[in-house]
Design a protein around this ligand. Structure first.
Ligand code: C2E
Ligand code: CA
Ligand code: CA
Length: 809
């Protein structure tokens, strides 16, 4: 359906409105013309009918004159006078009178001639109609008796109309004088069609002679119209006199009833002539005019329709263009400008649309930039990178390598040094990496937090590993920020396309897996393998297993002794958990502790370890071998405000003093929420527990920071102790750590004492205690008592540490 026929469309509405207006005007004028034609016709018919009445009366009076003249002529006829003078009883007298009457009657065509004596007794008549004669005599009752008025001019009134025998007669009287009056001559015409024909010739009227038989009910006497039609019309005569409308045989007429005979006193009959004029005929000439008008209207409508369609198109065309343009904007196509087609309001609208398009385009571009770039470093963000990666994967850039870098320990820098510092560090790293790969085709992006990703095109595994090594080398130079040197290190996960996937999302998640594996193994860089995925799925089912492990008694408590490095006496032991897995065998803690920390399950695990440790302590006490037992606490444990109460309850159950336990906390565990950790540590310290800082040296915290913590002991991380014998730098760190710790009033424990040389060196450096395979590997708790009884301090006199100590200066 075209728009100009659719009323829901602007075009259709304009066309419809125009046409409706035109039709209303046309119909109104048509109606007005029609009604004025009808009014005019009625007026002219009314006057025609009046004229007709006059003509009719005139016709009647002409005939009446004729009757009078004839009657008077006969009354004065000598032969007739002689005849009436004869005695009536005489044979032939009546016949003679009758002859004279007939002669005169024939001459003028009268239908009735009669002679009455002075007493109005009939003497002779041209018709032998007894009924008629008697009716005549009724008509001539005393009151109605004609008067002799020879001098008076006969008129319609004297030529009385009378209804005799169902026929209307015009009657004229003339007195017969000899010279004394001897009788009356009555002469009558029967009213016949001729009169009506005369009227029809003189006017265009039809006439029906009618009689009233009872008030309001008329009967037809005479007419030229078909009987049935005439009767129908007569039946429509209204009670009131005047012009009226009637119809018969499908023809509209106007009628007018003219009374002809006033009821003579006593007479019941009333006569009239119904004059009729065809209304349809009267307005026929105007019909043509109306048809012409109709034709004009139709032509006008057609022209208007065409004009309004064109006009509607002119209006709606540009509006449609605008709607199309707006749709385009809606679809997100901001490139095509909106054309201004005209200078009118629609044009203004188009201009406004164009301004809007430009605004949206600019904002869109800005939003795109915001959505795809990292505000801090200006590098692409995750979305931006994914988009680019997807494009490269579709293109010719393969093989390609994705390196995902996670900075180590960044969170702690952020927490300790503040977010501004952390932000600056991230920017510095971004700048470093950009500079490092400036020479080759690459894309660098920041995925969020401390994660960066590097895309290398046309790169295989060797090239990716080389790039990772390049980064590691570069990071060996510490970053200088706000007069501080910050050590950088990153764990890098590598994925390769197409080997490891063809889909950006999958590649990124696999790179993340590899990166986490690198973090866990502290191996710097790991290339994705399918086993990593399996590993992570395994770890998911691990949580369930771990729960069952605690409930099902699969955990084992191992103890590793710590000795006084000067005397060689065993003074405490560290509790280390093991998992005796029904299928996997003995699972080392590094395979489930980090996971337990992530999931929060560590709290239950720690509680188990603590309970077991207190029990072990109690058992050793029974054998008079009581040793302080060091228990490892994680971040999650420190965040538990009920922790001190829980430990206290455990101790109370075995009647153990707080001195029975030492609590080992890594610096990273404190850094996650330093304030809360500090609160817990203060509380534990106040309760009398010995507190120890584990893995010291691997984090960012300085000794100065430790000063604010309520700790008693510091454990130098085994990586320094193990390297000490071969690396002077590490040896120096160990030495200065021991000195500074002592200055702060802390005792020092060295982890990872694997050789007698290390023991001797540490002892010379003043380290208080030692722990390591040289003394004993962690052992099932039940074996410790026997081991203790067998323990003898080793003889270190053969160990020579002079060269090493000398190198330290
Ligand atoms: P850690 O607290 O630093 O524990 C010392 C780790 O060094 C132990 O590893 C121990 O077996 C190992 N070690 C001791 N002497 C030597 C040595 O001479 N040479 C070498 N190379 N290693 C030595 P393990 O038992 O595998 O525990 C690893 C880590 O697991 C622990 O590090 C600790 O962070 C965590 N962990 C173990 N048990 C528990 C526990 O019950 N609770 C918590 N929260 N963490 C635990
Ligand atoms: Ca420890
Ligand atoms: Ca440690």
């Amino acid at each position: 359906m075209p728009d100009y026929l659719n009323l829901r469309r602007l075009e259709g509405r304009i066309v419809a409105l125009f046409l409706a207006l035109l039709l209303v005007v046309q119909f109104a004028s048509f109606g007005l013309i029609r009604s004025s034609i009808a009014r005019n016709a009625d007026a002219s018919i009314a006057s025609e009918l009046k004229t007709g009445e006059r003509i009719f009366r005139r016709l009647l009076s002409q005939r009446a004159d004729k009757l009078h003249d004839a009657a008077e002529l006969l009354a004065k006829d000598y032969g007739f006078i002689d005849a009436v003078g004869l005695p009536l009883a005489e044979q032939g007298t009546v016949e003679t009178i009758k002859d004279a009457l007939a002669n005169q009657g024939d001459r003028i065509g009268a239908s009735l001639v009669a002679y009455f004596d002075n007493d109005l007794k009939l003497v002779a008549a041209t018709r032998d109609d007894a009924a008629l004669i008697s009716e005549l005599q009724t008509e001539l009752k005393p009151g109605a008796k004609p008067e002799a008025k020879p001098e008076a001019k006969p008129d319609a009134e004297t030529a009385r109309l009378a209804l005799l025998g169902g026929q209307v007669y015009q009657l004229a009287w003339a007195p017969v004088k000899t010279p004394a009056q001897v009788g009356w001559i009555l002469m009558g015409f029967a009213l016949e069609n001729v009169v009506l024909q005369d009227l029809q010739q003189l006017s265009e009227l039809q006439a029906v002679l009618v009689r009233q038989d009872q008030p309001g009910h008329w009967l037809r006497l005479l007419s030229l119209l078909p009987a049935e039609m005439a009767q129908t019309l007569v039946a429509q005569i209204p009670a009131e006199s005047g012009l009226f409308a009637a119809s018969a045989g499908g023809e509209n007429m106007r009628g007018f009833l003219a009374p002809l005979l006033d009821p003579v006193q006593g007479a019941q009959q009333r006569l009239g002539v119904l004059l009729l004029r065809s209304f349809d005929e009267a307005v026929a000439p105007y019909r043509d005019l109306q048809l012409t008008l109709l034709a004009l209207t139709l032509i006008g409508v057609a022209v208007f329709a065409l004009g309004s369609v064109l006009m509607a198109r002119r209006i709606s065309g540009p509006v449609k263009d605008l709607a199309r343009a707006a749709e385009q904007l809606g679809r997100g196509d901001y490139q095509t400008p909106v054309q201004r087609a005209s200078g009118d309001e629609v044009g203004d609208l188009a201009a406004a649309f164009e301004a809007m398009r430009q605004g949206i385009q600019a904002r869109d571009a800005r939003l795109n930039k915001l959505a795809f770039t990292d505000a801090l470093t200006g590098l692409p963000n995750r979305s931006g990178f994914s988009e680019g990666l997807q494009q490269r994967l579709r293109g010719e850039a393969q093989p390609l390598a994705v390196l995902l870098l996670g900075l180590d320990r960044f969170k702690h820098v952020n927490d300790v040094q503040g977010h501004d510092f952390g932000d600056q560090l991230l920017c510095a790293v971004a700048a470093r990496l950009q500079r490092l790969f400036a020479g080759r085709s690459h894309t660098l992006a920041r995925l969020g937090g401390d994660e960066f990703v590097l895309l290398l095109t046309q790169a295989d595994e060797a090239a990716a590993r080389a790039a990772a090594e390049q980064i590691r080398k570069d990071f060996e130079t510490a970053v200088s920020l706000q007069d501080q040197m910050v050590d950088l290190s990153a764990s890098i996960g590598i994925v390769l396309a197409p080997q490891h996937g063809q889909e950006g999302k999958q590649l990124l998640s696999r790179a993340a897996l590899a990166m986490y594996a690198a973090k866990k193994r502290q191996s710097g860089c790991v290339v994705y393998t399918a086993q990593l995925d399996v590993g992570s799925q395994e770890s998911l089912s691990l949580l369930g297993d771990l729960r069952r492990a605690v409930e099902g008694g699969q955990l084992r408590l191992y103890l590793q002794p710590k000795v006084d490095l000067q005397s060689g006496r065993v003074i405490s032991a560290e509790a280390l958990v093991r998992w005796q897995h029904p299928e996997r065998g003995l699972v080392p803690p590094m395979q489930f502790i980090p996971f337990a920390e992530q999931t929060g399950f560590i709290r239950e695990l720690s509680r188990w370890v603590m309970a077991e440790s207190v029990r072990a302590w109690a058992q050793l006490r029974q054998q008079e071998l009581a040793l302080r037992i060091s228990v490892n606490l994680s971040t999650r444990d420190l965040m538990d405000i009920d922790l001190p109460a829980k430990i206290a309850a455990l101790l109370a159950a075995h009647e153990a003093p707080t001195e029975a336990l030492c609590l080992e906390i890594t610096e990273s565990a404190i850094m996650d929420d330093p304030q809360r950790a500090l609160d817990t540590l203060n509380e534990l310290h106040a309760m009398g527990f010995k507190l120890s800082i584990d893995d010291f040296g691997t984090g960012y915290s300085s000794l100065a920071y430790l000063k604010g913590l309520p700790v008693d002991e510091l454990k130098i991380d085994k990586s320094f102790v193990l390297a000490m014998e071969s690396d002077v730098g590490d040896a120096k760190i160990v030495r200065s750590t021991i000195e500074l710790a002592h200055n702060m009033g802390l005792s020092v424990v060295a982890e990872g004492v694997e050789t007698g040389k290390a023991w001797k060196m540490l002892a010379e450096l003043g380290c208080d205690e030692g722990q390591g395979y040289f003394i004993a590997k962690p052992m099932p708790q039940e074996q410790l008592a026997a081991w203790l009884q067998a323990w003898r301090a080793p003889d270190l006199s053969q160990e020579s540490v002079e060269t090493l100590m000398g190198a330290l200066g």
